[in-house]
Design a protein around this ligand. Structure first.
Ligand code: SF4
Length: 462
């Protein structure tokens, strides 16, 4: 259905759109100003009018507007949203701020429920996570973290919008890409006067690189940064079909402390449907290989709400993962991102079912608790199935610190590589971003300019 929302003023368009879309996830929602009301009435199947009264306090006005709109939509649809009016990706920032301001837990919970209409369960989850995060970040000195991106994967998953290219097709460009990445890393090392808190090599799939290429990247990082003494050094080995004993040995010969091997699901039919082209057997083999090589901090990512997966399929996946016994588990809710194949080629996927619910997320949570883990970070994305969340669980001491630091925007992130997003977090709370081009050809063409931008006073001297 095509749904028009007509607003009396051009304020808060984004917030209004997000909230209406959360109630009507399958509808095409378009916002109009009063001037275009006629068009909205003629061309759309449904029309909603939102009055925005004059205001002096913008934050208060926005909050009131969202509460009123939420109640209207909830009454019309009979739905409640687990996260209430919150549409941002970092709901734990609210309880974290409350804790830092010295508020009592009951007060924080009350605010989340009364002000943002968050459900009791989600408010308690957010507070629990904020408490754990605070206990971890209070121990460190805020600073910066290094990210290096490898934008290559064996194949591209149907739900992916990361900047990743199939490595088979781009193999001739990989060494040139590593030259550019090295240039950027050298520029960062020269500019920063301190050492990073953590290092994260993500992507894409860094283990898509050949062993000699991985060795080269890790050696450059060791040379430029004090990688032996960082609090955490993660390398994503996300696609099990890229993991080999040789590559794991390369990682082990450098101070890598944490890796991630991501099944997403243990059902082979689903893996095929989402275009991952590996089997659950390969996941099991890669995990065992990593344990044999001595990795004692292995994360696994799962996605709930994958095509044609119901409770039985999720149960099977969780049972298999429990047998492997990873150190942390990140549970995602499938998000329909605009640029993913799942959305752009919807005709090819629409005959499949997509379900996610609190019940399924609870199954994953129980499984994590059974493995001795606790929830330690949480974030949300737009257009998530069931309006739910992504939650990271970990055993005590195995939490992904980098994840917390970026999610709570405590540290600056110096991010190198195609599509990488650098974020300067200033002491006054101001946040500046520089995003590298996603496409590796443009990244190559603009590398010198990107290096200059990253280390410019414009970004850092605020
Ligand atoms: S493995 Fe990750 S980065 Fe690579 S295509 Fe799949 S979702 Fe994208």
């Amino acid at each position: 259905m095509r749904r028009a929302v007509v607003c009396s003023r051009e304020d808060f368009f984004y917030d209004i759109h997000s909230l209406v879309k959360s109630f009507y996830p399958s509808d095409d929602v378009v916002i109009f100003s009063l001037d275009d009301e006629e068009k909205a009435s003629e061309e759309y199947d449904a029309k909603l009018t939102v009055e925005i009264p004059p205001y002096t306090d913008r934050a208060e006005a926005k909050n009131q507007l969202k509460q009123d709109l939420y109640r209207r939509l909830s009454q019309t649809t009979g739905k409640e949203l687990p996260w209430g009016t919150l549409s941002g990706i970092r709901p734990t920032k609210i309880p974290m701020k409350g804790l830092n301001d010295g508020l009592a837990p009951e007060q924080i919970l009350r605010d989340m429920k009364d002000r943002y209409l968050v459900s009791d369960r989600k408010a308690s989850l957010a507070l629990r996570i904020a408490n754990l995060e605070k206990s971890l970040v209070d121990k460190l000195t805020p600073g910066w973290d290094l990210y290096a991106g490898i934008p290559f994967c064996p194949t591209i998953c149907s739900y992916c919008t990361f900047s990743s290219s199939p490595i088979g097709k781009w193999s001739k460009k990989v060494d040139q890409y590593l030259d550019d990445l090295e240039k950027e890393l050298r520029a960062v090392a020269k500019w920063m006067k301190t050492q990073p808190n953590t290092i994260y090599i993500g992507g894409g799939t860094p283990t898509s690189l050949e062993p000699y290429q991985l060795e080269r990247l890790l050696s450059v990082i060791d040379e430029l940064f004090d990688s032996k003494h960082v609090l955490e050094f993660t390398v994503e080995a996300g696609r099990p079909d890229t993991v080999t004993p040789e590559k794991l040995r390369v990682l082990k010969s450098h101070p890598v402390t944490r890796i991630s091997i991501n099944p997403q699901t243990m059902n082979d039919r689903t893996l095929e449907l989402i275009g991952r082209r590996h089997t659950s057997e390969e996941t099991i083999a890669a995990f065992k290989m990593a344990r044999d090589e001595g990795f004692d901090n292995i994360n696994m990512d799962l996605i709930m709400g994958l095509p044609d997966e119901g409770k039985d399929e999720v149960r099977y996946t969780l049972d298999q993962v429990e047998k492997l016994d990873p150190d942390s588990l990140t549970v995602h809710s499938l998000a329909f991102k605009r640029a993913s194949r799942l959305t752009t080629q919807w005709a090819d996927y629409k005959m499949l079912s997509y379900e996610n619910s609190d019940e399924v997320m609870d199954m994953a949570s129980e499984s994590a608790l059974k493995m001795g883990m606790a929830p330690y970070y949480l974030y949300r994305q737009k257009n998530m199935r069931g309006n739910l969340e992504n939650v990271g669980y970990a055993r005590p001491g195995k939490e992904g610190l980098y994840n917390i630091l970026i999610m709570e925007e405590i540290d600056s992130i110096l991010a190198c590589g195609a599509g990488a997003s650098t974020k300067a977090v200033h002491p006054n709370g101001l946040i500046e971003r520089v995003v590298n081009p996603k496409d590796i050809v443009t990244y190559h063409d603009r590398i010198d300019e990107l290096c200059d931008k990253k280390v410019s006073g414009d970004l850092w001297n605020k």
